[in-house]
Design a protein around this ligand. Structure first.
Ligand code: CA
Length: 224
């Protein structure tokens, strides 16, 4: 697994690279956004650890750019930001980050997040079936989603969230359950993560997005 670290604090970038390599990951470092985007194109990383405040191209524009290109639309991104930087976590998720960490964070925390995100990108459904709900088709083998036979490109996180809801059709899923099942968090009160991803998912799915119902004060469910 190849991880691209886009971070303009050289010491931090090198420390992260060192620690990730110790865990068996291959790493690449880019010190500004423009170089980072070049590395994405030439090196095809499996995951990006992306700093928010960057020279040349900032983390938000970087992420938007990735999501616009078909080849990188689903590339996992963990966004990193310094405490007090002018950004809401929600903004990070709105532009398509899979997860989010605030500096300073421990290497252990980052590794947990990386593992959880990468796990989502690997097919984790062994039954090899397609789930059909109304106009929606979720192909669990090829990780493809179509609505009325039109392909919808989802990030791995969005895919796992959708699959979780579709597999439990008609059953309510609490935000806490979704957070632990999709993101792998065991303890966090930050359920807004779930809400922002549901919002993105609904808008990407168009007509089929209306099948994702909000259960007020509790969570979500999918209904045909
Ligand atoms: Ca920075």
């Amino acid at each position: 697994m190849k991880i691209l670290i886009v971070e303009d604090e050289r010491d931090l970038a090198e420390l992260l690279a060192f620690n990730l390599e110790k865990e068996g990951y291959q790493t690449l470092v880019a010190l500004d956004g423009r170089t980072g985007l070049e590395r994405v194109r030439t090196e095809k990383p499996d995951l990006i650890v992306l700093d928010l405040m960057l020279p040349e191209v900032n983390g938000i524009d970087f992420c938007k750019h990735l999501r616009k290109q078909e080849s990188t639309a689903a590339l996992p991104v963990i966004m990193v930001t310094a405490k007090g930087e002018e950004i809401d976590k929600v903004v990070g998720f709105e532009v398509g980050a899979d997860d989010y960490l605030v500096k300073p964070f421990s290497t252990r925390e980052l590794l947990l997040r990386i593992k959880a995100v990468l796990r989502r990108t690997v097919a984790d459904d062994s039954s090899g079936k397609s789930i059909l709900v109304g106009p929606l088709m979720v192909d669990t083998v090829r990780h493809r989603v179509t609505v009325n036979n039109e392909e919808v490109v989802l990030t791995s996180t969005e895919f796992k969230l959708l699959l979780t809801l579709a597999e439990r059709l008609g059953r309510m899923q609490s935000r806490e359950h979704l957070l632990s099942h999709v993101w792998g968090y065991n303890h966090t009160a930050d359920t807004r993560t779930v809400d922002t991803h549901i919002t993105r998912l609904r808008s990407k799915l168009g007509e089929a997005g209306e099948m994702i119902k909000t259960v007020r004060g509790f969570g979500y469910k999918m209904e045909a």
